[in-house]
Design a protein around this ligand. Structure first.
Ligand SMILES: Nc1ncnc2c1ncn2[C@@H]1O[C@H](COP(=O)(O)OP(=O)(O)OP(=O)(O)O)[C@@H](O)[C@H]1O
Length: 296
């Protein structure tokens, strides 16, 4: 018998997580297992629930924000429970990466039949990152997208807002130190991804795997409006790293500093610390349940 804690954000996505948690709890009981439903009441709750649960599996029912919070609770534990995912968010980036079905009942089948699979967790200072960190115009663009717009337009709202921000021709001076070298760049944006997908666009970094132990780092050149237009085909065809002037490298540790005080960063869509940012990958803590046949 396995015990499951269903940690759900009632306000994720289109507000369906409560009904889904009820349905999944019934199916877990019917399969002869134990279940405990644990709704969140506010941001941060999912981290506490994941940190304290005694269940064998902590199931995040919600979007990437909920998974991020659950992962933040798990990564702090010596022997964490397994991570389960029932996607109920708006974008569901990580679920797409792991090929977890987006419908609740199919995702539940994945959970019951899934095997533990290592999942890289990024640490940015003390914050957890499961998908993406951005600095510069992309972070500024993400700040301007409201939850309502995300629900209404999906991932494309990030694309259009990102392009609008790029057209302002802003840039910042960054220093990036990693084991493989030091880069000093004037950049319009920096993007670090743990996986092949950013904001639901699966082609972003085709070489990135969710368990490869690396951050995939893209440092854009100074972008003009004409250069911004050039970006589109590279972005949509998965050749982002080949964009002229783009610096790309993979590393398990890096430090980002900048003399620019007002530079904003976002981790998985949420505001993050001011620079400097010290980043490292934790590969040996969190195990996500995925059917082997579904893995990328
Ligand atoms: N009870 C709550 N009330 C309000 N906000 C909450 C509550 N529980 C969690 N949150 C916050 O809601 C944010 C968004 O949730 P989540 O990411 O699960 O959904 P989403 O934004 O619709 O999905 P996605 O990230 O996949 O687009 C989370 O970062 C979390 O901090």
């Amino acid at each position: 018998m396995t015990s499951y804690a269903l940690i759900f954000n009632p306000h994720a996505g289109h507000n369906g997580a409560t009904a889904v948690a009820d349905r999944i709890a019934k199916r877990i009981k019917a399969a002869g297992h134990q279940v405990d439903k644990q709704p969140t009441s506010r941001p941060g709750d999912a981290t506490t629930l994941a940190f304290t649960t005694l269940a064998d599996v902590a199931v995040a029912i919600g979007g990437d924000g909920t998974i991020n919070e659950v992962a933040a609770g798990l990564v702090k534990r010596r022997k964490p429970p397994k991570l389960g995912i029932i996607p109920q968010g708006t974008v569901n980036n990580l679920a797409r990466v792991l090929h977890i079905p987006l419908t609740a009942d199919a995702a539940f089948d994945n959970l019951l039949e899934g095997q533990p699979h290592p999942l890289d967790i990024g640490m940015v200072n003390d914050q957890v990152m499961i998908s993406t960190m951005t600095l510069g115009v992309l972070a500024n663009a993400a700040v301007s997208v409201s939850q309502k717009e995300k629900q209404r337009f999906g991932p494309f709202v990030f694309l259009t807002r990102g392009l609008r921000s790029l057209s302002k021709n802003q840039h910042w001076h960054l220093t990036i130190d990693s084991a493989d070298g030091t880069w000093e760049r004037n950049t319009t944006f920096l993007l670090v991804t743990m996986t092949n997908s950013v904001g639901g666009f699966l082609n972003f970094a085709p070489q990135a795997k969710p368990d490869d132990g690396y951050f995939h780092v893209f440092v854009a050149p100074k972008m003009t409006w004409r250069r911004t237009l050039l970006l589109m085909p590279y972005f949509l065809t998965g050749n982002f790293s080949k964009l002229p002037g783009m610096t790309y490298f993979a590393t398990s540790q890096l430090t980002i500093t900048s003399p620019t005080a007002r530079l904003k960063s976002r981790i998985d869509g949420d505001p993050s610390d001011r620079l400097p940012l010290k980043m490292r990958v934790i590969s040996d803590k969190v195990q996500v349940l995925v059917k082997p046949a579904l893995l990328p």
